[in-house]
Structures are given as C-alpha cells and as structure tokens.
Design a protein around this ligand. Structure first.
Ligand SMILES: Nc1nc2c(c(=O)[nH]1)N[C@H]1C(S)=C(S)[C@@H](COP(=O)(O)OP(=O)(O)OC[C@H]3O[C@@H](n4cnc5c(N)ncnc54)[C@H](O)[C@@H]3O)O[C@H]1N2
Ligand code: MOO
Length: 405
C-alpha cells in the first residue's frame, strides 16, 4: 500500500528539497601545487612575484638605445657590441640603458663585425616592461576555481608552491543487504556480489569527493542505525544503498526516520523509484535503490549537485544529441522513465534504440545515452527524431562502426 505521508516526488523537487536542507562547512587544506589538479581554490591566490622583473626582449634581436636613433635608419658601421647594442633573446632581461629591440631578421653583422640594420622599429618597441605578465599582489586564481593545468602553471609562475584548496567532501557509501557477499568472494547459491559500492565509489571520486566504502551491513535496524550514525560522524554526505523497497528485509525507511527527517521517500520516476532523501542535522543521506541502474542515476542526479554545493561548483549538464529512433519505444506510463539507449553513427547523423528494461545488466551498464520519457508520453515511433542525454563523449560513439543493430 502506498504510504500517503510520502507522496511520489519529481526528480526536480527531490533535488530541490535535499539541496535546500543540506548545509556544508567546507574545510580548507594546504597542498602542493603539483597535487592540486582538479581541486577547488579556497581563497584568492596572490602572486608573490613580479614578472618580468626586468624589461625583457619580446623577440630574438638586438637591443639598442633610442637616444641613438635620430629618425630613419641610423649609421651603425661604428656601433660597438656591448656599448651601442647587445644581442637580446626572447624573454631575456636587458640592461636599463637599452630600450628598443630590432628583429634579428632585420640585422646584419658582416665578417668585419660591422652592423647594419634594414628596418628600425618605433622607440621602445619589442620590449616587455617590468610586471607585464604579473605583479606582486595580483590575483592569480580567484577563490572557488576548479584548478586546471593552466592555473597550476600560473601559480608556479607567481611563486606559489602550496595552494589553499577546499578539502574534498567526504562521502560514506553504505551497502546493505542480507543477500550480499563482499567483492572478490564467490557468491553461494542465491547470493549476490556487492558491486554497487565499487561503482558508486568511482562515481563520487570522479565528482571530486573522498569516498569511503563501508563493509556490507546486514538488514537489521540496529546495525543499520549504528552504521549510519558512524558514517554521519565522519562524512559530509552519506549514501545508503539497497533495502529501500517493501521486502521483509527492507528496513531503510524505519531506520531513516530514526536518524533524521525523511524529505523524500519515493520518487515519481523509474528506475530508482524508491530513492530516498533524508536530512540528519544538516547532512544529507541519499538512499539509493539496490538495483544498479537506479542507484547510478541517484548518485549522478543528487550526489553530484550536493558535492558541487560543498565545493561551490555548478553542476555540468550532460550533452544532448539528436538521434533517429530505430525501433518503437512503448513508454511505461504513468511515471517518467529514463531509458537506457544504445547509439550508433549512421550516414548524416546518429541512430538509437532502447536497451530493454529486462536486457542483461552487461548491456544496460554499457548504455551510450539516456532517454527521458515523460509520464504523459505513450510511445515514440520508429523513425522519429528524439533527443538523448549522452553518457560518454560523442567521439566514442563516432568511432563505432555503423551497422544494423
Ligand atoms: N512488492 C514490491 N517489490 C518491489 C517494489 C515494490 O514497489 N513493491 N519495487 C521494486 C523496485 S522498483 C526496486 S528499485 C527494488 C528496490 O529494491 P531495494 O532497494 O529494496 O534493494 P534490495 O531489495 O536490497 O535489492 C534489490 C536487488 O539489488 C541488488 N543489490 C542491492 N544492493 C546491491 C549492491 N550493493 N551491489 C550489487 N547489487 C545489489 C540485490 O542483490 C537485489 O538483486 O524493489 C523492487 N521490488
Ligand atoms: O525503482 Mo526500480 O524501478 O527497479 O530501480
């Protein structure tokens, strides 16, 4: 029986509720710049250096004194190297008295050492002034920037070797179920390998979090409450996997009600119908279903925005692709459904077909894309152009050989 205290909630509203109630106090740590790729800055990072710290040549050439230029091309036969001009290479500092650089291609020094110049630039040309790249105190990288390779170079140029970054949010992953055996063990008859934990750990790590995968907890309320409380003491975000449904072993709801306030109990879409959201203090507990696809969606759709909230980052939307549908899809009304899709290149574009709900997990997990089927849609006809959400770069799909599928 449907519990009327817990109406089915849309994906958008589910996300809104848990984001609104989750409050994070991000921690800050100092780490070497060399280890800071993909981390998030915690404050404005200021340059310790002024660069260049002397006027430098912008080109390979000779540097000369503009006071010796009286308009036009000067007589330079008697000019002496070191006194009237010097060789100046790109990026190299030049003495103060030289203030103009002539491109080496416009310079000739004959076998007797006599200099001639074929083209004189304007006074002060081709010299980079002091501080042209950066000045001490300039903001090199502002706070809350996702550090990419260019930023690491810039910080290093500015004399920064340690950078203040937000600590990775801690995500505890709690697999639950009497039927599960630990990864790496042969499951006895009727048992299943605990593998969602491995997938979820990789998902949240790729989102910038530190993951801790807990051992399997058996489906009894005391053990579940103990492990959730233990996880809440360590983590910023807790993921409880499995036990969400109505089976005799499915105890998630009573457990969640005793550790926090349940904001969402069932959602208005599948897979992942029994996804739950609970707030304990200000910490979110995302309850994902045991079946893997629904679990994967919940982590992508709710845990990623929570991690991003902690890290002050926007959540990047997956790329959309227009594809030609090869076979009719009958929608499983009345709820929204997120169908797994296989996509292949065809002449002039892309084609797709659904990977059926009952297809082996191997096929479902390898989906290239997801099709959102709103609850009001009855079916999509073969040949229709539809828009799917890609799960991988389009180039990975393009390299597939096009053939009937
Ligand atoms: N009478 C009803 N039965 C079911 C309903 C329903 O509404 N009424 N809903 C179905 C739907 S939809 C879903 S989704 C599942 C939800 O199942 P649970 O979240 O309770 O998950 P479990 O019962 O614990 O396990 C289901 C399935 O998933 C496997 N699993 C669980 N955890 C893991 C893991 N860590 N690694 C790998 N596989 C895991 C588990 O072995 C089971 O095969 O309920 C339906 N039933
Ligand atoms: O909620 Mo479930 O639709 O089988 O994942």
């Amino acid at each position: 029986m449907k519990d009327l205290n817990y109406p089915w909630i849309s994906r958008q509203e589910t996300l809104r509720r848990i984001l609104e109630r989750s409050q994070f106090q991000p921690r800050v740590e100092m780490i070497p710049v060399s280890e800071a790729l993909d981390r998030i800055t915690a404050r404005d990072e200021l340059s310790k250096n002024t660069l260049p710290n002397a006027p430098t040549s912008m080109l390979d050439g000779i540097a000369l004194k503009s006071s010796n230029l009286d308009g036009g091309i000067p007589k330079t036969d008697h000019w002496q190297l070191g006194k009237d001009y010097i060789f100046s290479n790109t990026g190299v500092g030049i003495p103060e008295e030289f203030d103009t650089v002539v491109l080496i291609e416009d310079v000739n020094v004959n076998e007797k050492g006599k200099l001639s110049i074929s083209c004189i630039p304007e006074k002060g040309k081709n010299i980079r002034p002091v501080g042209d790249m950066m000045k001490t105190g300039d903001v090199l990288v502002p706070a809350y920037v996702h550090l990419r390779s260019a930023h690491l170079g810039l910080l290093t140029a500015g004399g920064i070797d340690k950078v203040a970054v937000l600590e990775k949010p801690k995500v505890a992953i709690l697999p639950t179920g009497n039927e599960l055996v630990p990864a790496g063990t042969q499951p006895p008859r009727g048992k299943n390998v605990e593998y969602n934990g491995m997938m979820i750990k990789a998902q949240v790590e790729s989102m910038g979090a530190e993951a801790k995968l807990y051992p399997i907890t058996r489906d009894n309320p005391e053990d579940l409450i103990k492990v959730i409380e233990n996880a809440l003491a360590w983590a910023d975000i807790v993921i409880l996997n499995g036990g969400s449904s109505k089976g005799s072993d499915d105890r998630a709801i009573e457990v969640l009600e005793s550790v926090g306030e349940v904001l969402v109990y069932e959602v208005a879409y599948g897979p992942g119908k029994h996804t739950t959201m609970t707030i304990a203090g200000h910490k979110p507990i995302v309850g994902t279903v045991g079946p893997t696809i629904g679990a994967e969606y919940a982590v992508d759709w709710y845990v990623a925005p929570l991690i991003n909230k902690y890290l002050h980052q926007p959540t990047v939307k997956p790329r959309q692709l227009k594809v030609k549908l090869l076979k009719e899809i009958k929608a499983p009304m009345p709820f929204d459904f997120y169908a797994r899709m296989e996509v292949k290149p065809i002449e002039g574009g892309f084609a797709a077909k659904q990977i059926g709900k009952s297809a082996p997990l191997v096929q479902q997990m390898m989906a290239d894309a997801v099709l959102h089927i709103p609850g009001k849609i009855k079916a999509y006809a073969a040949g229709e152009m539809i828009e799917v959400e890609l799960k991988c770069p389009i180039e990975w799909i393009e390299r597939k050989v096009s053939h009937e599928f």
